[in-house]
Design a protein around this ligand. Sequence first.
Ligand code: FES
Length: 115
Amino acid sequence: MTSTLLPLFKALPAADASVDIWFNDQPLRVPGSRSVAAALLAAGIARFRATPVSGAPRAPYCMMGACFECLVEIDGVPSRQSCMVTVRDGMRIRSQEGARDLPPVAVSLEDAHGR
Ligand code: FES
């Protein structure tokens, strides 16, 4: 009997599919076809953001979109969950220092989150 269930996990492409990104103006070559968080962690980045109140460093924790510890700015859009975004060649990523700025009046909140 053949199972019709979808696989829970999908195989990642070969490790040779690297992409070039920028993190805080530092060029990095990272594994592609992964989340931004996984790619940055693989490149040795351990500080993704600072808390708005104390400035304490934060890094990804859950890697599944639940904890919001992985927030970064991606291509100018603040507060992106880096564990939920697939890394792409040429991405400009910045650590998020404290609270993000409010979006300009002309940009809706929906656009500010890239959805
Ligand atoms: S690591 Fe928890 S939401 Fe991204």
